[in-house]
Write a protein that binds this ligand. Structure first.
Ligand code: GLN
Ligand code: ZN
Length: 740
């Protein structure tokens, strides 16, 4: 690697989600293993061809499901319960990912602060690592046969152990480091024999706060591996943030190159003497967002690094796994399109930047960098509103006053029952949505079908005896997409899929300009539902933080400004819902914790703007309007204060699996609805089971502040489970209520 260009990783699901289709067909028994491997080979070949203009091309970035699970397989750390199934290697791998025949799947958890999810390794004192596979070697050979020399990418040993969970209480996976290092050392030796010149090792765990012991583990690891005689050259990366104290540690080892993320952490200090004889791989092109790079600024930044290191290589800021493949596949409005770059376009930017840094600006540079790019669409009305905001716009009346006004208006019993919003998305609902999209039915016909569905859902809830009803969200394909389609400043894409986990992909909308609400987004559905019943129907909105978290967000202004624009649109929606007679509004914020910055020092500022946006969205409601929020989790940890600061009248959370443990010692000052029905399982919870949970909960929360509800929305379930489960839930609430 001389001065040049590379990327830390690339999407792998396929430009048309070919891998998703192939693995799902394989799971369904429709194609055999050989056919699945052929699809995988084609995708890898295509990726390497797309990357071949780079000076250094990564390999082993492919995965059938997840790179962390690949690492578990490579080092023989697949838990015994999956091996006991007696399946082929590939099926054992998929069993660990998805569960099978009573062997529960590995836990799926968010990957750092991205929307990707990985499978958590389960390690214990008896875990014996050994080099059990050859995936990095096989992919290197495969590329070489196609005439492309690659740089195998490995997940770093320290990060792997830090991502793992222990099978035994009190056991620290990091204590397995020596054993794991032996296996890595063996792998590096085999890669050397294979003729591999460069290996990339990713240690993103060091973009977060780490203890001295963890930093020591990093020091020991890279001292050991970089001191190996006759090893491949090593590039160690730590993207998604600032490497902080880990950077001097890596710089003082004998690794040849260090990769840093200058987009997530533009202020990373490279003034480290030991870096001067290293190659600095500078992540200057955003690997996690979809905007074109300001090439002039990036080139200036790269040039400024030249004095700090022996060489500078231009790269993506992280793996490109988190961005869609190709802008060319999209039809978008020209002013939006001109500002975008997906993975392929980013590779082009990196190639051009690398050449310009080495050889000076040439024709290719001029083509890419001198292009006129229009600015984001501006909405002066929204800007003026934001500028005129005062603190009182984010303050509601004191909770006691609100609670009294709401009680007078709603007259709810203690242990009021409700659901989280969505009811099962049936085949008929999906068909209707597809039909209106393809023009097979008119908008009117579609509206009629949705109203019919809402009517059925209201009747069912009345019959079951729930206290606060919902319209069931049949019109929503996705809780963020729906709002993106109704707001100005958002663009939706057709093929811009990114992997969320395994075969699951999402298509985040793009927030490209100032946000405004041309007309009410949910009012007709909610008011129709309310017209069918005298019980309160909850209006149902997605909160500003979740809308940002599950979108690609413009980066020309702070996210707080964008969140406040979204909040104003929601605030107007709540006002319109109130005017139309809706007395309860739920604003979902399941992603509040997801955007939490990796480093503690950055968290207070984030919590301030995210909580601020939620409050701006909801504080326009009159005291008599009951504001609910829903979070999909219960391990509040460091965000508990922020959740309370949301100042919602009622907060519904997931709690069924943890058996109400969350309530212990939780002094939550307002209404709370710890889920009593685990909707992630197809099992129908019994009345007795739920009554036991509710009895547990009333010990911790007074009845008039305790809500009885499922853990989350019901859209992924079927009516065959949902109906009996909700009947049991209402019966359980009635039983405990009568004993109060
Ligand atoms: N209201 C949404 C639903 O019920 C909430 C979904 C979520 O929490 N992710 O589907
Ligand atoms: Zn949820």
């Amino acid at each position: 690697m001389t001065i040049g260009s590379t990327v830390f990783g690339y999407p792998r699901i396929g430009p048309k989600r070919e891998l998703k289709r192939a693995v799902e067909q394989y799971w369904a028994g429709k194609i055999d293993e050989a056919a699945l491997h052929q699809t995988a080979r084609d995708l890898r070949a295509r990726t390497w061809a797309e990357l071949s203009e780079l000076d250094s091309v990564p390999s082993n970035t492919f995965s059938f499901y997840d790179q962390v699970l690949d690492t578990s397989l490579l080092f023989d750390a697949i838990p015994q319960r999956f091996r006991d199934l007696g399946l082929s290697e590939l099926d054992t791998y998929f069993a660990a990912a998805r569960g099978r025949d009573g062997a529960a799947a590995l836990e799926l958890t968010k990957w750092f602060d991205t929307n990707y999810h990985y499978l958590v390794p389960e390690l214990g004192p008896d875990t014996e690592f050994r080099l059990a596979g050859d995936k990095p070697i096989a992919e290197y050979r495969e590329a070489l046969e196609l005439g492309i020399t690659t740089r195998p990418v490995l997940l770093g040993p320290v990060t792997y152990l830090l991502l793992a969970k222990s099978t035994v209480p009190g056991f620290e996976p990091l204590t397995l480091l020596d054993r794991l290092l032996e296996a890595y050392v063996e792998l590096l030796g085999r890669l050397r024999v294979e003729g591999v010149e460069w290996v990339q090792i990713d240690e993103p765990a060091f973009a977060a706060d780490r203890t001295p012991a963890e930093l020591n583990a990093l020091r020991r690891t890279y001292r050991t591996v970089s001191g190996l005689p006759g090893r491949p050259k090593l590039l160690v990366t730590g993207y998604y943030g600032d490497l902080g104290e880990a950077l001097p540690i890596l710089a003082s080892s004998q690794v040849e190159a260090i990769g840093i993320d200058l987009v997530s952490a533009p202020d990373t200090s490279v003034a480290i003497p030991a870096l001067r004889d290293k190659i600095l791989v500078a992540g200057l092109v955003d690997g996690r967002n979809v905007w074109r790079t300001d090439l002039h600024a990036a080139l200036a930044k790269a040039a400024a690094l030249l004095g700090s290191a022996r060489e500078v290589v231009v790269s993506s800021s992280s793996t490109l796994l988190h961005v869609p493949y190709d802008l060319e596949a999209e039809t978008l409005e020209p002013d939006v399109r001109a500002r975008l770059a997906f993975a392929r376009q980013k590779v082009r930017e990196i190639v051009v930047l690398g050449k310009a840094l080495r050889d000076g600006a040439d024709g290719a540079w001029a083509d890419e960098a001198q292009r006129q790019v229009p600015g984001p669409r501006r909405d002066d009305h929204v800007r003026a509103r934001i500028a005129s905001l005062r603190p009182e716009h984010s303050l509601r009346a004191p909770y006691e006053e609100r609670a009294a006004a709401q009680q007078a208006r709603l007259g709810l019993p203690p242990l009021a029952t409700t659901t989280i919003g969505s009811f099962p998305q049936t085949g008929d609902i999906r068909k209707a949505r597809a039909a209106v999209r393809n023009g097979q039915i008119t908008e009117d016909e579609y509206g009629q079908r949705m109203r019919d569905e809402i009517g059925r859902v209201i009747d069912l809830q009345e019959d079951i005896g729930l206290d606060v009803l919902v319209h069931g969200e049949p019109e929503r394909n996705d809780m963020v997409q729906y709002f993106a389609e109704h707001l100005e400043g958002f663009a939706s894409t057709q093929f811009a899929w990114v992997q969320s986990y395994g075969s699951r992909c999402v298509r985040p909308p793009i927030i490209h300009g100032d946000v405004s609400r041309p007309k009410p987004m949910t009012v007709p559905w909610s008011t129709y539902a309310q017209s069918l019943t005298s019980k309160p129907v909850k209006g149902m909105l997605t909160g500003p933080v979740t809308i940002l978290a599950w979108s690609f967000v413009r980066d020309d202004q702070p996210p707080a400004d964008t969140a406040n624009q979204v909040a104003l649109a929601l605030r107007d929606e709540i006002r319109d819902l109130e005017a139309a007679g809706i007395r309860v509004v739920q604003v979902d914020e399941p992603a509040l914790r997801e955007l939490l910055p990796l480093r503690r020092k950055d968290q207070p500022a984030y919590l301030e703007w995210s909580v601020g946006a939620f409050r701006l969205a909801t504080a326009g409601a009159t005291p008599g309007t009951q504001i609910h929020t829903h979070l999909c989790y219960s391990e509040f940890g460091e965000v508990i204060g922020a959740i309370s600061d949301l100042d919602a009248d009622v907060t519904t959370i997931e709690a069924a699996r943890s058996k109400m443990e969350i309530l212990e010692g939780l002094e939550f000052p307002r209404g709370i609805g710890p889920g009593v029905y685990d909707i992630h399982s197809p099992l129908v919870p019994s009345e007795d089971d739920m009554a036991a949970l509710i009895t547990e909960a009333v010990r911790a929360v007074p009845g008039e502040r305790l809500w009885i509800n499922p853990d989350c929305g019901l859209k992924t379930r079927g009516y065959a489970e949902v109906e009996p489960a909700l009947r049991n839930l209402v019966a359980a609430a009635n039983r405990v209520r009568n004993d109060l």
